[in-house]
Design a protein around this ligand. Structure first.
Ligand SMILES: Nc1ncnc2c1ncn2[C@@H]1O[C@H](COP(=O)(O)OP(=O)(O)O)[C@@H](O)[C@H]1O
Ligand SMILES: [Mg+2]
Length: 140
């Protein structure tokens, strides 16, 4: 469960460029919910995502994930608890690694990684299966 309570974010506070991007945002999502946020350019959609991911600190309010208050955690510390895809796909992937290596990295999110990690046969099959669903031929 993800809960936002009274989340506020103002950019460039106190200057001529002040922008109140989020004002007292409340949001509650249950496990398995699928939500689309719509709004015009500059409405604050990306800011909302960035607040949840910890890209910028929030000014006020709390963000709770599965009962854990993540409001003050850094972006890397939060990455253990949440995954995301970026508007620019190059931001969330390593372009000079193979698809299978990117998937293996994603699967190991939050786990301790050592230098010696290998992709098992059953893992390969699992990725191929998941990729086949996209109908893009990526499994090949
Ligand atoms: N890093 C930033 N510095 C200053 N202003 C920002 C920053 N990020 C977003 N804003 C401002 O906050 C408002 C919301 O932007 P944004 O969340 O990107 O909107 P959306 O994704 O809905 O188009 C806009 O007015 C935008 O100019
Ligand atoms: Mg945006």
């Amino acid at each position: 469960m993800l809960t936002l309570n009274g989340v506020c974010k103002t950019f460039n506070a106190g200057t001529i460029n002040e922008k109140r991007a989020l004002v007292n945002v409340d949001l509650h999502l249950e496990a398995g919910d699928f939500v689309t946020v719509i709004g015009g350019n500059g409405a604050g959609k990306s800011t909302l995502m960035n607040m949840i991911a910890g890209v910028y600190p929030i000014d006020a309010g709390t963000i709770t994930l599965d009962g854990l208050n993540i409001s003050r955690l850094s972006e890397p510390a939060r990455a253990k608890y949440l995954g995301r895809v970026f508007q620019d796909p190059m931001m969330g992937t390593a372009a000079d690694m193979q698809i299978i290596e990117n998937l293996a990295m994603a699967k190991r999110r939050g786990k301790t990684r050592t230098l010696a990690w290998g992709v098992t046969r059953s893992e390969k099959d699992e990725y191929a299966e998941r990729l086949r669903e996209l109908g893009l031929g990526l499994e090949k």
